[in-house]
Each structure stands twice: as C-alpha cells, then as structure tokens.
Design a protein around this ligand. Sequence first.
Ligand code: KIV
Ligand code: NA
Length: 264
Amino acid sequence: AKPVTISDLARMKAEGEKIACLTAYDASFAALEDRAGVDVVLVGDSLGMVVQGASTTVPVTVDDMVYHSRITAAGLDRAFLMTDLPFLSYATKHDALETSRRLMGEGGAQMVKFEGGEIQANTIEHLSMRGVPVCAHIGLQPQLVHKMGGFKVQGRGDAAETMIRDAKLLEESGADMILLECVPSALGAEITANANVPVIGIGAGPDTDGQILVIYDILGLSPGRKPRFVKNYMDGAGTLDEAATNYVAEVKNGSYPGAEHAFS
Ligand code: KIV
Ligand code: NA
C-alpha cells in the first residue's frame, strides 16, 4: 500500500476523513495495525506502563524509545510512524533536537510527539525549522504525574481559554499535529475547529479529526480500572485482526467514541 504522508493527514482533515491511530511497541503489533488500516502508529511512552510494568511513564529512556521505534518501524508498510520523546529528554530545545535526531535517524520515526503547552513554543519552532515534524501533546500530560499528584480531566473552567490559546500558538510555532488528551468534548470540538493541522483526541470527544488509543487497552489486556474513553474491541471479535479492523471502522464512521467514552 502507498505509505501515509503528512500531506495525506492534512488532506484527511480538510476532507473530514477521520484519522485512525493506535499505539504499538513492536513489529508484530505494528503489522497487525497496518493490516487493519490504521493511519498513524504511535510508539508512545505509555511503553513504560504497558510493556515495562512501571506505574508511570517517567522511567522511560531515550534508548528505550529508539529501540521500540526501530522494531515498530520494521513492521510497518503503510502507516505513518510517530514516536514520543520521553520525560526530560526535551527540556531544552537542544536536547529536543538531539533526541529527535536519534528517534528519526535510528528509530525511523516520521514525527515526534512531546507534552506541553506554551512552554514548548520555542522548541517546536526550533525543531520544525530544521525538518522535524512535531505533534504537540496538550490537555492531560502524563509525564507531569508527580507534579500534579494524579490525573484528571483538563481544560475545565478558565483553563479552556488557555488551552485554546496554547493550541493556536503551537500551531503557529510549526506543530504539524496536535494531540488532545482528556478534555471535555466541547473543548475538543472548539480546538479542532480552530486548528489548521489535524487534532487527534484521546478522551477528547467525537469531534476531533482523529482518535488514538493504547493497543493493549482495545484488546482488553490492561488490568484494573479502565479510563472512561477505553473500549474493548475484543468483545465480540474472534481475532486480533478483527478487533483492530473494527476499531478503525468505528473511528472512520464516527461511532467511536460514543457519549459513554467522552467527558462533558
Ligand atoms: O504514550 C502514549 O501512549 C500516548 C497516547 C495514549 C496519546 O501518548
Ligand atoms: Na505518551
């Protein structure tokens, strides 16, 4: 199949075709997702939790991300590959450039993603002008867990205006994509309508340009209490391929996420 490019993703937003995204951490799952028609595969630093067994994403290293990016890239034929920059590997724009060099050069990433609002504007500009495509991850930022003392829905009340301004600023700084985590659906819709780049949501309601989930979550492999936005696609599916294909179909036709997966 013809590989998905950044221009294809921009066109999908323009044409209102939903962008289906999933995380992967190795070649087998990457190939499964590719067969299912996933458009963007993310090597997320959720790696720390779902693969390495840590309770947060904080311990993940650049070497870990380079290795998992490389073995994920090896399984892909069509999907666009995005990789997370791990905790404090992008604290300065110089660090961010060097980490991106490794993830793209050694890890085969076609875009890097990192967390933060206004504070990342200069870094995004620095990377973007040097040929690094960037996805700006705003809303809930899992790498801030120890600073925040836990996780909750972001962008309620006055914080909504700040997030709308941040999204615009990061786009103007050169971000090619925005990832919006755990915000009320109305805010997800407004940021998406204002943005000229694709907005991918996780727990951000039905109106973003695309959706992303953690692969193990959609396969029912993650133990414990699951976040509101998670849907188990193994319910009623006979195979992993069928589950992944059903996820892509439901993102494309807009039936995922339902109201039960969203925050109001
Ligand atoms: O690390 C990750 O898997 C992510 C997605 C859940 C958005 O950042
Ligand atoms: Na992440």
